[in-house]
Design a protein around this ligand. Structure first.
Ligand code: CA
Length: 465
C-alpha cells in the first residue's frame, strides 16, 4: 500500500510539474459546487457568525469573493438551466420549475440547447453531475443524454437525506406529491443502495470522481450539485452536535446541513491538492438562489427571499478560486452572473460556441486579473414570466417589479446607497426608469413563453392509475 501511495505521489508530482510548465496549453478543470436555497449571509466570507464554513471560505480566501454575484432566476430549475447553458433560460422557455412527470418528453431543458458538458465534450472534457439534476426526468433529459459522462444523484428537484427513507425504486412508483423525494439514488442509469447521509454520499462520490480523472490524466468538469440546505431539514448527530449554542431547532438543523456541505468542500479541495491539481482547476462556489422562507436561512441585509427578484432572491454566496491565475483574497464588487461560468470555461478551453446559441455571460478571468477594469456587464436582466415580474440592473441602479400587478409601475433603487431596496427613487429619476424599462422590454422581446407544464400543475401520478 505504501509503495502504491508513493508511486501515486510521484505520479501526482509529475503531473503537477507538467501543469506548471505547459499551463498555457492545458485546459483547466472546472468544479462548480452549487448549494440549494442557501442564504447570502450563511457563509463565513459574507460574515456568517453562527455557522463556521472554513472550507467554503478557502475558495474565497484563496481566490475571489463576489460581493454582487447573481443567479439568473430566484428558484432552482430555471437558475440551473441558465447556469448549465450560459444563456438566459427564458431564451428557451425555461421560465419556472418544470413538471417532473417522467413520461413527459418536453418537460425539461430543451434538447436544442447545449449544456456545458456537451460544449466541453468537443474539447474532450469528461463531465460529471453529482447531486440534483432537475433538468427533466424523461429519459430524453437524462444527464448521460445531455453530455455528462457520469451521474450520481437524483433526477428531481429535491430529496430526503436519510438513507433509510429512500424507499421508492423510481419515479414510476410515485403515488402522491413529493414522494419523489424518496427515490433511490441513481449511479448513471442504475439505482444504488446508499448507506450514508446524502450530503456525505455526494461528497464521497465527488472525491472518487476527481481521483479517477486525476489517475486517468483526464481534464474534467464536475458539477457538484448539493441539495443541501434545501428542505426537508434533516441532519445527523455528527453535524448537529457542532451547534450546541444554536437553540432554534430549524436554524440548528440548517447549520448542521451547511456544515456537512462544508466538510464535503474540504474533501474536494484536499483531493485536488493531493493530486496536484490546484493550479489547473477553477473552483466555483455558489447557491442556486437566495435563502428560502422555510429553511431558516439568512440573507443578511438583503431584501426578499427565494422566489423574489429583490436581492435576497437572486444575489447569492459566490466565490471562485483559480490558484496561480486569479489573485488571492480579493473581493470583487461589480455585478457578475452565474451565466458567466460557462463563458469563462469556454474561453479557457478554446471551444467554439454555435453562433445560433450565443452566450449571455462573459469570461470573468480578465476582470479578476485586472486586465479589464470596466464592469463585466452593462446590464443584467431577470423576469418571472408567470408573475409578469421584471428586473434590470445597470450600474448602481436596479429597476424592479417583483410581482407585478396589472398597470403597476416598476420601482427604481440605487443599490450603492440603498442595499436593502427600501428607498424608491422618485420623479427626478424618471428618465433612467424609462430608459431601463425600454432596455428590459427589448431584451424581453427575445425571450420565449414557457414551453413545458409546471411542477405546480403536476398530477401525473394520479393520471397513471
Ligand atoms: Ca434552490
Amino acid at each position: 500500500m505504501y509503495k502504491l501511495t508513493f508511486f501515486l505521489l510521484l505520479l501526482g508530482s509529475f503531473s503537477f510539474a507538467q501543469v506548471n510548465t505547459t499551463k498555457s496549453t492545458i485546459k483547466p478543470n472546472l468544479i462548480v459546487i452549487m448549494t440549494d436555497d442557501m442564504g447570502w449571509a450563511d457563509v463565513g466570507f459574507n460574515g456568517c457568525k453562527d455557522i463556521p464554513t472554513p472550507n467554503i471560505d478557502r475558495i474565497a480566501n484563496e481566490g475571489v469573493r463576489f460581493e454582487e454575484g447573481y443567479v439568473s432566476f430566484p428558484v432552482c430549475g430555471p437558475s440551473r438551466a441558465g447556469f448549465l447553458t450560459g444563456r438566459y433560460q427564458d431564451r428557451f422557455g425555461f421560465t419556472t420549475n418544470p413538471s417532473i412527470d417522467p413520461n413527459n418528453p418536453i418537460s425539461g431543458l430543451p434538447l436544442e440547447e447545449e449544456t456545458m458538458a456537451q460544449v466541453l465534450k468537443k474539447v474532450n472534457y469528461n463531465s460529471a453531475i453529482i447531486g440534483k439534476w432537475h433538468m427533466g426526468t424523461h429519459p430524453n433529459f437524462h444527464p448521460l443524454e445531455r453530455g455528462f459522462d457520469y451521474f450520481y444523484g437524483f433526477l428531481s428537484g429535491g430529496h430526503n437525506y436519510y438513507p433509510e427513507q429512500l424507499t421508492i425504486n423510481d419515479l414510476s412508483e410515485v403515488k402522491r406529491k413529493w414522494q419523489w423525494y424518496r427515490t433511490k439514488i441513481i449511479e448513471n442509469r442504475t439505482k444504488v443502495k446508499t448507506d450514508d447521509y446524502l450530503t456525505d454520499e455526494l461528497s464521497a462520490a465527488a472525491v472518487n470522481y476527481i481521483n479517477k480523472q486525476a489517475e486517468d490524466d483526464q481534464h474534467f468538469m464536475l458539477y457538484l450539485a448539493y441539495n443541501a440546505p434545501h428542505t426537508p431539514l434533516q441532519a445527523t448527530k455528527k453535524y448537529l452536535s457542532r451547534f450546541p449554542k444554536i437553540t432554534d431547532k430549524k436554524r440548528k438543523t440548517y447549520a448542521a446541513m451547511v456544515s456537512a456541505v462544508d466538510d464535503g468542500v474540504g474533501h474536494v479541495l484536499e483531493a485536488l491538492k493531493e493530486k496536484g491539481l490546484d493550479e489547473n482547476t477553477i473552483v466555483v462556489f455558489l447557491s442556486d438562489n437566495g435563502g428560502a422562507h422555510n429553511n431558516a436561512s439568512d440573507n443578511g441585509p438583503l431584501r426578499g427571499l427565494k422566489g423574489d427578484l429583490f436581492e435576497g432572491g437572486i444575489r447569492v454566496p459566490f466565490a471562485m478560486r483559480w490558484k496561480g491565475t486569479i489573485p488571492e483574497g480579493n473581493s470583487y464588487k461589480k455585478p457578475i452572473s452565474s451565466l458567466d461560468i460557462m463563458a469563462t470555461i469556454v474561453a479557457q478551453s478554446n471551444v467554439k460556441i454555435d453562433p445560433k446559441r450565443p452566450l449571455d455571460g462573459v469570461n470573468l478571468i480578465p476582470f479578476l486579473t485586472g486586465a479589464e477594469i470596466g464592469p463585466p456587464h452593462d446590464y443584467l436582466f431577470w423576469r418571472k414570466w408567470e408573475q409578469n415580474a421584471m428586473a434590470i440592473r445597470h450600474g448602481n441602479y436596479k429597476l424592479i417589479a417583483n410581482k407585478q400587478k396589472q398597470k403597476a409601475s416598476p420601482n427604481l433603487y440605487n443599490l450603492l446607497k440603498d442595499k436593502n431596496e427600501r428607498i424608491e427613487i422618485g420623479f427626478e429619476k424618471k428618465k433612467i426608469s424609462k430608459q431601463l424599462h425600454e432596455k428590459w422590454e427589448q431584451w424581453n422581446s427575445e425571450m420565449k413563453d414557457r414551453v413545458f407544464p409546471t411542477l405546480g400543475q403536476d398530477v401525473w401520478w394520479r393520471e397513471k392509475k
